[in-house]
Design a protein around this ligand. Structure first.
Ligand code: S3P
Length: 169
């Protein structure tokens, strides 16, 4: 049993989890880990390929296992994929951990991620898909979060600072 993650970042694609996570890791002098990268490394293929070749359900099963392993092992900053909170078991696992939700409004999301073809969930009609995605997930991010940090008008440095403040780190 380890001390567990120092910070867990959740939030939608493009909310800055990786950029802010790397800054937080630097500030805390702790390693950074990202469950999407763990899955890509273990599978030897990109996430978009997993979606196309095996479907979303298979990806979610891989993601659930990757999050459980990372939460158990990682004593640093941990960023989760945007959809990790869809799983009730994962949400239960996050209870009591220092979780920060990087929030972002839909218009900002469309600006940042736009037509990102590498993001399989947004390939058709990004604005409508964003709205639906956030309507389905907002309450799940809020449920697991100890702190909610708005990212819209902030630089990644400012967001990192706000996360440290909000989690009292
Ligand atoms: C997803 C978010 C992505 C990745 C996959 C699915 C989602 O992660 O896990 O494309 O369902 O929101 P990022 O949030 O790191 O982009």
């Amino acid at each position: 049993m380890t001390g567990g993650p120092l910070v867990v970042l959740v939030g939608p694609m493009g909310s800055g989890k990786s950029t802010v996570g790397a800054l937080l890791a630097e500030r805390l002098g702790a390693p950074y880990r990202d469950t999407d990268a763990d899955i890509v490394a273990a599978e030897g293929r990109e996430i978009s390929d997993i979606f196309v070749e095996d479907g979303e359900e298979r990806f979610r099963a891989l993601e659930k296992a990757a999050v459980a392993a990372a939460v158990a092992e990682h004593e640093g900053v941990l960023a989760l994929g945007g959809g990790a909170v869809l799983d009730a078991g994962t949400r239960a696992l996050l209870a009591g951990l220092p979780v920060a939700y990087l929030s972002m409004d839909v218009e900002e999301a469309v600006r940042r991620v736009g037509l990102g073809v590498a993001r399989p969930l947004l390939a058709v009609n990004p604005r409508r898909q964003w709205r639906e995605l956030m309507d389905a997930r907002r309450h799940l991010y809020e449920e697991v979060a100890r702190a909610v940090v708005a990212t819209d008008a902030r630089t990644p440095e400012e967001v990192a600072e706000a996360v440290l403040d909000a989690l009292e780190l």
